[in-house]
Ligand binder design. Structure first.
Ligand code: PEP
Ligand code: MN
Length: 420
């Protein structure tokens, strides 16, 4: 079945209205459509203000007719594997670029990142002693949440290639809905590379952020405990730290998906709020349905995470605990680069393992920003990258990534923690 579509107000804070309803839906589909409508009329943070909403509507219509990026049976297989992670029998490695870009959507870049992920997974399996489920941030990781709506020049901020261009001119920064079509085509091409890579089960994921994109490619899925919508845009989708408002559109949307989903949780999340999220997003207590991605920063993780884990554990839900050691450890270097230190990244993961070992819960995975290329974006590691080295090969479109060497070193250290 083609998707339930939503109708909602079309201003800058709500996704574009895509037109009339599809013909003759069955009752489950009608219910899903109503719930999707309801989700999409809620306030949505971090959405672009399309200058011509009617053009965005036309693009959404076109995207409804586009081929899916992923196949439902692949997503079902990932759900099974994530259930084994939630039971403590496997480990998740999720990683890739902070922001994919159209120019870097090349076979060589994609293959370098895939090769790196598989090398990391091999170390984790061999030394860590658990099967590894590898999920790439790839084939759709084009939308970025930003702290400010305008940059230091007063221009609309870059929101990822799916929305606008990073080039600092007003024309380039003006949100262009046609970019959603280009993003879809690029994602489809990237997925071909993932499949051609052959390694078997590199699943793809991206942040569930740009709702005019995410609302397309949805199918009614009756295979689970309640009728839900399957997204054909990725196997796994996560809600970010800036869009996890309990009454907002993103959480309501994620609730409707049958795909396995993630939720980033930063240090402001209380144990009570964590349990509210878990009850909303995993109402049927499905092991591995929900991944809680903690990104607390290395200084706070040992204090903030334990009461959250205890309270969620006591609720009886079998979530996956995943550590994002990147986003709580970002800082500005003296020479003006957004960076992270390898030691802080490793220390947050060490703290995450200490917390879970202490509470008897499974440290289920890591979520990292990495690239197979030899960039100089993060500090430290075996090559001791210093602030003065950053300008040499600082290439990221958004956040700083660990390079191939730093990532390999990280995997080896995490594998020791996992096996120890
Ligand atoms: C990201 O994963 O790139 C991101 C924006 O993370 P967070 O939502 O945790 O800040
Ligand atoms: Mn990032």
């Amino acid at each position: 079945h083609r998707p339930a579509d939503a109708e909602g107000p079309a201003d800058g804070h709500h996704p574009a209205d895509a037109g009339g309803p599809a013909p003759d839906p069955c009752p489950a589909e009608r219910l899903l459509r109503r719930r999707l409508d309801e989700a999409l009329t809620r306030a949505a943070a971090q959405q672009p203000c399309w200058p011509h909403p009617e053009r965005a509507h036309a693009v959404v219509e076109q995207l409804h007719r586009a081929d899916p990026i992923v196949a439902p049976e692949e997503t079902a297989r990932l759900s099974d594997r994530l259930a084994s992670v939630a039971r403590g029998e496997a480990f998740v490695l999720q990683g890739g670029d902070c922001a994919e870009t159209f120019v870097d959507n090349t076979e060589s870049h994609l293959r370098a990142n895939l090769r790196l992920l598989l090398r990391m997974a091999a170390v984790l399996t061999r030394v860590g002693g658990l099967p590894v489920v590898t999920i790439a941030r790839m084939a759709g990781q084009y939308a970025k949440p930003r702290s400010n709506a305008v940059d230091e020049l007063g221009l609309p901020v870059y929101r990822g290639d799916i929305v606008n261009s990073a080039e600092p001119t007003l024309a380039a920064r003006t949100p262009d809905p046609q970019r959603m079509l280009r993003a879809h085509a690029h994602a489809s091409g990237a997925m071909d590379v993932v499949r051609g890579f052959g390694a078997g089960g590199v699943y793809v994921s991206h942040e569930l952020l740009l709702l005019d994109y995410e609302r397309t490619g949805l199918w009614a899925d009756a295979s689970g405990p309640e009728p839900r919508l399957a997204s054909g845009l990725a196997h796994f989708l996560w809600v970010g730290e800036r869009t996890r408002q309990l009454d907002g559109a993103h959480v309501a949307f994620a609730e409707l998906l049958s795909n396995p989903i993630g939720l980033k949780i930063g240090p402001s999340v209380t144990p009570e709020l964590a349990v509210e999220y878990v009850e909303r997003l995993d109402p049927h207590r499905t092991p591995g349905r929900l991944t809680l991605v903690s990104r607390m920063g290395h200084r706070l993780v040992r204090d903030v995470l334990p009461p959250i884990v205890e309270k969620v554990k006591a609720s009886g839900h079998q979530v996956i605990w995943q550590c994002d050691p990147m986003h709580g450890n970002t800082r500005q270097s003296a020479n003006g680069y957004k960076t992270r230190h390898f030691d802080h990244v490793l220390d947050e993961i060490a703290g995450f393992f200490e917390v879970h070992r202490g509470l008897g819960t499974h440290p289920g995975g890591i979520h990292v920003e990495v690239t197979g290329e030899d960039v100089t974006e993060c500090l430290g590691g075996a090559s001791a990258i210093a602030e003065t080295d950053l300008p040499a090969r600082y290439r990221t479109a958004c956040d700083p990534r660990l390079n191939a060497e730093q990532s390999g070193e990280l995997a080896a250290r995490v594998a020791e923690l996992l096996g120890g």
